[in-house]
Design a protein around this ligand. Structure first.
Ligand SMILES: Cc1cc2nc3c(=O)[nH]c(=O)nc-3n(C[C@H](O)[C@H](O)[C@H](O)COP(=O)(O)OP(=O)(O)OC[C@H]3O[C@@H](n4cnc5c(N)ncnc54)[C@H](O)[C@@H]3O)c2cc1C
Ligand SMILES: Cc1cc2nc3c(=O)[nH]c(=O)nc-3n(C[C@H](O)[C@H](O)[C@H](O)COP(=O)(O)O)c2cc1C
Length: 757
């Protein structure tokens, strides 16, 4: 096969060498615009796992690279005058220059034809090649030449960064966070060769501008940063090598090939340097492309197989990199955290490392984190915390309510009530989840009037007998379990008079429906939903009174917490979102206007609801639709709620409009709770795809939310919290009739054979 690699970076050189080693009959040529010794930057990082991958693919390359690695296990975080070290991370640094030299030598020794100082500006010269590999980096010329066939998105991130070197030999992967008059500076530093370290400095754009670095030449940048980090550099100088300030471009392309041209490495995708994976991804691409070509006779099939194998891995890493770069863009937000929690937040930023991973890597560090969370919880709740429980098993106070742990059963409609009256199903459903160990069990969206229901089978609190039915459940939970129980009051608005979830989500009833009201007369499904009537002031008075009456009934039933549903496109949410509120009166337009009715409802409920009991509000932090609510709007919503005495915001998202485009994923809504918690200084609940106890412990310990709300995980396993306790070795007491469990060891045999991908 005749192969041309455009670009002699790590990706192109490694691929060329691999192909030639696999079959010496291949004719492989690398064309590189620079000279052999030119390279930007200083060092690259490999994790131990990456090196294991290289060892499996190409033992010669592994040996060649391995000789030059500087290995370290520690990550050191310098913040607010404290140095916190965590160990067990297993990374190696290497000079980019040396890496390229090793790969060049190995490629040449294998018989690859490497041409330097040739700039590729068109593909015309490669008409006779069977395969052209575009390994020409982030600014790929080949990708540009293919622009009609390959779609590229470049997300240029806001922070500024510069890649420098220093002679200071950092013994650990070192982070500095340092404030000066201009703002907060972040440094990512690691040793890549004896007496040589990479020193990347990153900051917000306003900090960079305030420091006058916009027009700084390389020497000015180095001089400024040497002064700023004089203490940290300890007499060592900074070195430049095309050290210009840049913004990181996250590059995504689709597809990765066209005809016989294929993209590899940075040309196809990039991942922020804070996850140190760009070189690794390029080299993993090279292995995957080599394997695909070996497995398929036809080039087109091989290129499809290469992309099918690599794309999910690359996208997963890009998601982690996205979370990581956001943490560094938002670091200012976390500077109220104490050094130990700040470090934990930093280490777990990309969601790849959890609380449990850190137990394996560095149990002593984790012990410090857990002790911090426990002492903070003790102070916050006023409840004694014996020893150092896992973060999820620490208490939490909301007014006089002290929850025994941080796990909440999310409100989930059951569609099994009769004219709003709940029955045995609810007793068993909520009762068993309370027995299952959660600190707080939330009853489903419970409607404030008959017309406020989502469906004819929804639970209500609009008749005295409703309170009596709920009281039976509340009393059971209080009598038999340590759990608290809350209720979510709602009004369906334009999403009313629909079928049950399992019969047709948001689908209008075929018969037996009723007139709907909403902020504006916009139906949920344009083609089939009932058009709601735009609410008049009289309708609003009625709704406020209904909510207040329901709050009184909830009080009579003995609930511990009252939540107002202002999310998911229901009545109050329809006022908040500009997509569903097009009013021109004082209830539409600005966010303050759109929040007017929801806040009136909140205030009316707060008046009726006992002072000593807490109130929460569920919001949709984003609408996932153009022109809709965005996370910064949600921050303002939370600010208003806080000003009105809301104790905790339950941060959900979406379900406002039928054509939403949500970005799902593990913990996909947690960043909104995190942002609101820190920017508004209000307690938050995180919800959405939280399913493992590792994630709950991580969220609580990092301070991303105060409480974790799990819905489907609790349908799957009502004893979710008990099982988490068992896995963590935490002695959660069993109810008396189940005491024999204390001498029982379950033998789990968990074989997963279902495909839920
Ligand atoms: C500040 C910073 C820090 C980083 N830190 C790390 C890290 O710690 N660890 C890590 O793994 N990665 C890191 N990276 C990323 C890493 O450098 C890249 O992801 C990696 O080099 C990608 O390899 P590549 O072969 O795809 O592309 P490149 O290394 O960019 O190689 C492309 C090559 O193609 C050549 N070329 C381009 N156009 C043409 C043309 N038209 N004709 C001929 N030749 C051409 C270029 O000269 C270059 O040599 C960092 C990147 C930055 C910006
Ligand atoms: C069966 C079911 C019923 C639900 N009913 C409600 C509800 O009454 N009120 C509400 O705010 N959210 C409701 N939701 C949404 C959940 O409370 C939760 O926000 C969502 O399922 C995401 O959490 P999860 O990933 O843990 O399931 C419901 C979800 C399910 C699966």
């Amino acid at each position: 096969m005749r192969i041309v690699c455009v670009g002699g970076g790590p990706g192109g050189l490694y691929f060329a060498g691999l192909m030639k080693k696999t079959d010496p009959r291949h004719h492989v040529r690398v064309i590189e615009r620079n000279r052999p010794d030119d390279t930007f930057g200083f060092g690259v990082v490999f994790s131990d796992a990456t090196m294991a991958g290289i060892a499996a693919a190409d033992s010669e390359a592994f040996r060649g690279i391995g000789r030059h690695l500087v290995h370290w296990d520690d990550i050191e975080v310098n913040y607010r005058g404290e140095r916190i070290t965590s160990t067990g991370h297993g990374f190696s640094g290497m000079s980019r220059h040396t890496l390229l030299r090793v790969l060049q030598e190995q490629a040449c020794a294998a018989g690859v034809d490497v041409l330097f100082e040739r700039d590729v500006a068109s593909l015309d010269a490669f008409a006779d090649a069977d395969l052209v590999v575009a390994a020409d980096g982030a600014n790929s010329t080949v990708r540009h030449l293919l622009r009609d066939r390959v779609q590229t998105t470049i997300d240029l991130r806001a922070n500024r960064f510069v890649w420098l070197g220093t002679t200071k030999p950092f013994p650990a992967f070192t982070f500095y966070f340092k404030r000066d008059d201009h703002g907060l500076w972040r440094v990512h530093a690691y040793q890549y060769a004896p007496g040589r370290s990479t020193f990347i400095v990153e900051c917000r754009e306003d900090t960079w501008r305030a420091a006058g670095l916009e027009r700084a030449a390389e020497e000015d940048t180095a001089a400024f940063l040497e002064r700023l980090f004089a203490e940290e550099l300890d007499g060592h100088r900074l070195m430049t090598n095309r050290s210009i300030w840049r913004q990181f471009p996250t590059i995504r392309t689709e597809p990765w090939s066209s005809d016989r041209v294929v993209l590899l490495g940075d040309a196809a995708h990039t991942a922020h340097f804070s996850v140190g994976s760009g070189t690794r991804m390029a080299m993993e691409d090279a292995v995957a492309l080599r394997d695909a070509l070996a497995e398929h006779d036809e080039i087109a099939a091989a290129l499809r197989a290469y992309e099918a194998r690599r794309r999910p891995q690359v996208e997963s890493l890009q998601r982690a990199a996205q979370a990581s770069l956001q943490w560094f863009e938002d670091t200012e937000r976390y500077t109220t955290l104490t050094p130990i929690q700040f470090t934990f937040s930093l280490l777990t930023r990309s969601l790849r490392i959890t609380h449990e991973d850190l137990r394996a890597r560095d149990p002593k560090f984790l012990e410090r984190v857990d002790a911090f969370v426990a002492r903070e919880a003790e102070q916050q709740s006023g409840a004694a915390v014996g020893g150092t429980p896992p973060p999820m098993f620490t208490p939490f106070r909301l007014r006089t309510l002290v929850l025994t742990n941080r796990v909440i059963v999310s409100p989930m409609c059951q569609y099994l009530a009769e004219d709003g009256t709940i029955g045995d199903w609810h007793l068993v459903h909520l009762g068993s989840r309370a027995l299952g160990g959660a600190g707080l069990v939330m009853a489903e969206m419970t409607d404030v009037s008959r017309e406020a229901r989502i469906s004819p089978w929804c639970a209500g609190l609009y008749k005295p007998e409703h309170a009596a039915a709920w009281k039976r459940v509340v009393d059971f939970v209080h009598r038999e379990t340590p759990a608290a129980i809350g209720v979510q009051l709602g009004h369906a608005g334009r999403k009313g008079a629909t079928q049950r979830l399992w019969e047709g989500d948001n689908e209008p009833l075929a018969e037996g429906g009723w007139p709907l009201i909403s902020a504006s007369p916009i139906p949920y499904f344009a083609d089939r939903s009932v058009v709601p009537r735009e609410m008049t002031r009289a309708d609003m008075d009625c709704a406020v009174a209904d909510f207040a009456r329901a709050a009184g009934l909830a009080r009579d039933a003995g609930f511990d917490l009252l939540e107002i549903h202002m999310a998911h496109g229901y009545l109050l949410a329809s006022f908040i979102s500009p997509l569903t509120n097009t009013r021109t009166d004082e209830y539409g337009g600005t966010l303050a206007n759109r929040m007017r009715l929801p806040l009136e409802v909140f205030d009316a409920c707060r008046k009726v609801w006992p002072d000593e009991k807490p109130m929460s509000v569920r919001i949709s932090a984003v609408d996932w639709a153009p022109g809709g609510m965005e996370p910064n709007d949600a921050v303002e919503v939370a600010r208003l709620l806080k000003a009105h005495g809301c104790d905790v915001v339950d941060v959900s998202a979406g379900q406002t409009v039928a054509d939403q485009q949500p970005v799902y994923g593990r913990l996909f809504q947690t960043p909104f709770a995190d942002r609101i918690r820190h920017e508004v200084g209000i307690k938050t609940m995180a919800v959405g795809n939280i399913s493992s106890y590792m994630d709950v412990n991580t969220i609580i310990a990092a301070g991303r939310a105060d409480l974790c709300v799990l819905a489907r995980a609790h349908l799957f396993d009502p004893y979710w919290t008990r099982h988490a306790a068992w896995m963590l070795g935490y002695p959660l007491p069993w109810p008396d009739p189940y005491k024999s469990m204390e001498r029982y060891t379950p033998r789990f045999e968990f074989r997963f054979t279902g495909d839920k991908s």
